[in-house]
Structures are given as C-alpha cells and as structure tokens.
Write a protein that binds this ligand. Sequence first.
Ligand SMILES: *Cc1c(COP(=O)(O)O)cnc(C)c1O
Length: 232
Amino acid sequence: MTTIADRLTNAHHRIAQAVQNSSRNQDEIKLLAVSKTKPVEQIMAAYDAGQRFFGENYVQEGESKILALKADCPDIEWHFIGPLQSNKTRIIAEHFDWLHTLSREKVAQRLNEQRPAHLAPLNVCIQVNISNEASKSGVSIDEIAPLAAAISQLPNLKLRGLMAIPTATEDEAIQRQELGEMHALFLQLKSQYPQLDTLSMGMSNDLELAIAAGSTLVRIGSAIFGERDYPN
Ligand SMILES: *Cc1c(COP(=O)(O)O)cnc(C)c1O
C-alpha cells in the first residue's frame, strides 16, 4: 500500500526534478501539504514524515484541526488558502500563520485589528484572478498595486507575495501563459517591495509547469493525501 510518507517522498521527487529541469534551487521552493477534508490522523502521518507546512480551505475545519494538533505538532505552520468572508477573519487572525487569499482592503484591515499582539504579523499573499473569470476570487491586475500599498501600512500584516489558481485546463499553452503572467506580476511588485519572497502557485496536476514558471510555493493536496471525499 502506498502510504502518505511514500506520496510525500514522491512529491519531493517531482519538485526536485522540476527544479533541476528549470535550473532553479531546491531551497527556493516550499511544499505546502493541503489537508482540507482530511482527518488529523493523516496530518500527523505527514508530520511524522517530516512535513511542517499545511494548508486548509475551510475556516472552522482549519481551526478545529489547529486546536487538535497544538499539543502533538506544535511547530506546524498553518496556511489558510480558501475563500475568506469578512465575518470569519477573527479565526484566521487568531490561529493561522499565513493567508494566501487576501483580495479586499476591508478584510486586510479587520485582520490587522484582530491579530493578537503576542503573535508575529500574519503573512499574506494577494490572490490574483489571473484567468479573469467572473466566478473566481482574487483581484484584477490593476487592483494589485493599491491593495499592496494598503497592506504595507498595516503593522500586523506582512505582505509576502502573490497567489493564483489558474484556469483548470489540460491545455499547457493556456497554463504556461497564465503562470508566466503571474511571475511577471510578482517581479513587478517585488521591484517595489523587495522583501517579497512568495509566489504561491502550482497544485498536484501542474506543479512542474508552475515551478518552471517561477513559483516559490506549491500547494499539493491529492498527490499527498489521495482524492478528497466531500460530504454532500
Ligand atoms: C485544494 C486546493 C489545492 C490542492 O489541490 P490538489 O489538486 O489536490 O493538489 C491547492 N490550492 C488550493 C487553493 C486548493 O483549494
């Protein structure tokens, strides 16, 4: 049987291969294990295999897992990667280390007010709607700069970079185009904010293309934990 530890090893191999093919450095790429819908036992299995960065998509589910694992896995870094409504910001501010899906100034302000003083600033990425689909979350390209300027005024948030979920397609030309555009937007923003270090893109099916395009953080779910079963 393939274990979570095996699948994690396999994901690391895929990343190493992609890094080599694009002449990049292994230490530029962070692997985020996306554990949404998966039980804490599976998170612990990945933790025991050495994984420390985990991503969750649902606010309450994420909070309950963080509380459940606090004692046994105290050094997990928790990333929130799902859509965030402004009435749920407090849970993110109080429990998570990162938010990848910031797209509104009002949400940024609430998080800044709600971040507890004893915690380090919340690391944030601006989510960009790179495919420009009306149904997708994220800011449009011309909204990046004003939102970044607003975030940089907030002491309890730390702007780390950009995040995107490109169009779900098998068409590599479209994938490469969107991933490449994200990298260009990231470099442009970084020229203004040199401390930026995170371009969050790439999932189980497109991590190779994302790394070739300049991603620094890949969000891998099903390739580590298997297919997800959603309650209906
Ligand atoms: C679920 C999810 C992932 C992981 O997707 P896989 O295809 O299972 O690797 C990555 N990013 C976001 C934002 C997700 O919601």
